[in-house]
Write a protein that binds this ligand. Sequence first.
Ligand SMILES: Cc1cc2nc3c(=O)[nH]c(=O)nc-3n(C[C@H](O)[C@H](O)[C@H](O)COP(=O)(O)O)c2cc1C
Length: 331
Amino acid sequence: MSNLSTLMQRGTEFLGCDTAIMCGAMSWVSERHLVSAISNAGGFGVIACGAMTPELLDNEIAATKAMTQKPFGVNLITMHPQLFDLIAICDKHKVSHIVLAGGLPPKGSLEAIKATGAKVVCFAPALTLAKKFIRSGVDALVIEGMEAGGHIGPVATSVLAQEILPEVADQIPVFVAGGIGRGDLMASYLRMGASGVQMGTIFACATESIAHENFKKAFFRANARDAVASVQIDPRLPVIPVRALKNKGTEEFTAKQREVANLLDEGKVDMMEAQLQIEHYWAGALRRAVVDGDVENGSIMAGQSVGMVTKEQPVADIIAQIMKEGEAALS
Ligand SMILES: Cc1cc2nc3c(=O)[nH]c(=O)nc-3n(C[C@H](O)[C@H](O)[C@H](O)COP(=O)(O)O)c2cc1C
């Protein structure tokens, strides 16, 4: 067994695949084609449920199963109003791993997932939360830094890894995410105790990804500095920052925040509804870019590793390259 396989062993045993490389769920992008391609290439694909209805998720899981015999996961957003119905759909298909994203899991949700027999993976944005999740019986953690694409926390991956891995990596598998573009960096997180990594940006424009060619071209052209975090304009309306390529849509988000802040002022919506409206805005904006190819007004969510994405490549080649770089770094 190579050095890299040894360092990945805990992760591969947990995920049930050949390499401990997860492709993080990306709304509209991580559907049957990309997810099955990742799992068929020895990685771990995760369906992005996003704002899907239970019926849509039902179809997507069935369609993915028809394209791969390998294990894959489903990413559910904790804020989804039908979270428990979505968990029931995962149970129907005996999905092996459920990744919960978007904030603290609501009461009873962890228990509901565990009752299906699935392993539950949560995002830990700080050491205290990592410890809390371990006490609650979560099976694995993802620690994701602010270099990542999509919704982000405030801390860099390198800092999270130093703070969290030495404290908890002996208790539970931890997957590091955010800004990873090459196998040498993956190898160094594995050496620090990580069980594997999660990447999104590097896979978003793979040959098997159904993202619109305009979306892919925007990725190929972009540099790290083009992937910027959204800004919060109203201190009362705490919006989770989103990292995306700078475009007109970035400014439209400012207008959207003003609109929702006004509704809050007028008492027309409560904070929960205000935050849901913001999330619906992002889901719609990302759809415009990924599905319709409107890269002017849509949201081209991308991490800072976007500068390393320069051409369309099959998923198997991307994974092979990362593994080769990882092996070389360790030998
Ligand atoms: C286009 C895009 C959409 C994303 N959508 C989601 C999502 O729906 N749910 C989620 O948990 N993470 C989402 N993410 C985050 C990824 O799952 C992954 O954790 C992240 O991309 C890893 O960091 P990296 O982009 O630096 O590789 C998204 C990322 C991107 C680039």
